[in-house]
Design a protein around this ligand. Structure first.
Ligand SMILES: C[S@@+](CC[C@H](N)C(=O)[O-])C[C@H]1O[C@@H](n2cnc3c(N)ncnc32)[C@H](O)[C@@H]1O
Length: 520
């Protein structure tokens, strides 16, 4: 591909300060007080001023300059795509990185890049999507948007028949031979594959002969990605087709046994999804792989928590204890223990999960000896008393309010004054204040939670309400979110002495001092 060449006219140096101000704003601590609404508003102002001043920050197309007409939104987007793509490409070439491609040996992942280049990449993703919708027009967009489920149908069949593993990585296989390795006939095999090819999954370089692309090769080589496709296409996709039925039958939509999943798999009022999976090790393992694929993906890496997502320094300094509730095999605690060398950790999960955890939990004995794995059901009273931190990652979003409140109530008998309760989940911002890509993923996760568990992603108010409903002794501290990460850390502290009159004033004083003097 030829390197783009631009005149200085097309290098918008004026866009930099606006972008970095916006980024700084995003990393600010949000609190529940007026400060929070203020910061959200500021963020929105920054976003909308960025949108409304696009003419100032985005170079005008040369055509527009020549004709004297102001550029259309389409032209602005097209120019932005060219400009920002050039920045990404330039960085990749300068650093000897392989450029992306659809060929089988092209990189399976986009490499990580410095923040500024990553920002350019995101601009291209957002602009291409917006431009596509604009240039298709509203009716065409709507007409074909509803066909998105066909991607799931074709991927479901590709996954279920293991087609990615049956196509050789090098060269091609004839449709006849591929069909002979499955129970599909040639016609149905061809139509499924040819539909997937319209999204760059598989190719047909010679008529009737199927080969891999970089996308289908990733499905062949990345087991966790295959698990993600399997979990989504075989568990979530059928469930999603039953959400309407579930909502019509049970409009309050809070029960774990009245969900789209329950209707799809005939378990209405019988058992929650987690119980169904608990009886089926293959399905449970696939969900585990899918979660690993998600948490290894951009914006969800554990490193966001460990490296600056939350400061456990004070807990570490006094050799305190953190309980990771629903902590799976303890991988979050392993990474935290590598950074904090004095803290101790208890990882709690259901017995089968604890039994299947690696033993020792880490090859590093200094890490492994400080992590205990323990079977515990978080719907029963917490048994680790007087810990410094009780931590929930990807737990609360699995439950509707009545269940989430119960989980928090179950902590109360174990809590010492000053104990911290941390929830590491999405914290939904006001519509329009995320980047379009983040907004779509977070809102998508919210829909998945509804589909499977009648659960939800929550905003700051909703998290605060959970703590208030659970016990007056919880003092809500606020929400933080690290730049580049989609997950937030929601924090409350246990201060039973503040219950009753004067609590609000005391909380406000405490907020100013931000002290944890009660911590034993
Ligand atoms: C979505 S996973 C989150 C795992 C981990 N915290 C992470 O960050 O990836 C939910 C975890 O909760 C566990 N779990 C489900 N129900 C539970 C219960 N009643 N008590 C304890 N753990 C439970 C599951 O086994 C699973 O490991």
């Amino acid at each position: 591909m030829a390197k783009f060449k631009f005149s200085s006219l097309l290098h918008p140096s004026s866009s930099k300060p606006a972008q970095s101000a916006d980024r700084t704003q995003k990393s600010n601590r949000q609190s529940f007080s007026a400060l929070s609404s203020h910061s959200i508003l500021k963020h929105q102002e920054a976003s909308s001023s960025q949108a409304s001043t696009t003419n100032a920050t985005t170079p005008k197309s040369t055509d527009a300059l020549e004709t004297g007409r102001s550029p259309s939104r389409m032209a602005e987007l097209a120019t932005k795509i060219v400009t920002e793509t050039a920045k990404v490409e330039e960085y990749m070439r300068d650093n000897g990185m392989e450029l992306p491609g659809f060929e089988v040996h092209s990189p399976a992942d986009f490499p990580s890049m410095p923040e500024e280049v990553q920002q350019s990449r995101l601009e291209v993703i957002h602009a291409t999507s917006e431009l596509q919708r604009l240039i298709q027009g509203p009716k065409q967009t709507m007409r074909w948007m509803i066909w998105n489920f066909l991607d799931s149908v074709s991927l479901q069949i590709i996954y279920s028949y293991g087609l990615a593993l049956l196509v050789p990585k090098e060269g091609t296989i004839s449709l006849e031979e591929l069909a002979s390795k499955t129970t599909l006939d040639r016609t149905n095999l061809a139509r499924v594959l040819r539909y997937a090819m319209t999204s760059g999954v598989f190719c047909e370089p010679i008529p009737g002969h199927i080969g891999h692309t970089s996308a289908s090769a990733a499905l062949m080589e990345d087991k966790a990605l295959a698990d993600w496709i399997g979990f989504n296409s075989e568990d979530i996709f059928p469930s999603s087709a039953h959400v309407l039925k579930a909502l019509r039958a049970y409009p309050e939509a809070t029960s774990l046994v009245q969900t789209g999943f329950n209707f799809a798999f005939d378990t209405v009022n019988k058992e929650p999804m987690f119980v169904t999976f608990g009886k089926d090790p293959t399905r449970a393992k696939r969900m585990g792989g899918a979660m690993a694929s998600l948490t290894g993906g951009e914006g969800y890496e554990v490193s966001h928590l460990v490296d600056g997502g939350y400061d456990f320094g004070d807990v570490d300094a006094r050799g305190g204890t953190m309980v990771d509730i629903g902590g799976s095999h303890g991988f979050v605690c392993v990474d935290l223990a590598k950074k904090y060398s004095n803290m101790k950790f208890v990882v709690q999960d259901l017995p089968k999960t604890v039994e299947s955890a690696p033993n020792p939990v880490s090859d590093d004995s200094q890490v492994a000896e400080r992590i205990e794995l323990q079977a515990h059901d978080f719907f029963t009273e917490q048994k680790v008393k007087d810990a410094d931190v009780y931590f929930f990652r990807w737990i609360m979003h699995n439950y509707s309010t009545p269940y989430a409140v119960k989980i928090l109530k179950n902590l109360v008998p174990a809590l010492k004054p000053g104990a911290k309760i941390l929830i590491n989940d999405h914290c939904v911002r006001k519509p329009g204040s995320e980047t379009p890509w983040d907004e779509r993923l977070i809102r998508g996760m919210d829909m998945v939670m509804l589909t499977l568990l009648n659960a939800q992603e929550r905003d700051e108010e909703e998290f605060k309400a959970l703590f208030s409903a659970a016990d007056d002794g919880y003092v809500f501290k606020g929400v933080t979110r690290k730049e580049g990460c989609r997950m937030s850390v929601v924090e409350a502290v246990w201060r039973p002495q503040l219950v009753g009159k004067g609590k609000e004033a005391a909380i406000e004083r405490e907020g100013k001092a931000d002290g944890d003097e009660d911590m034993a």
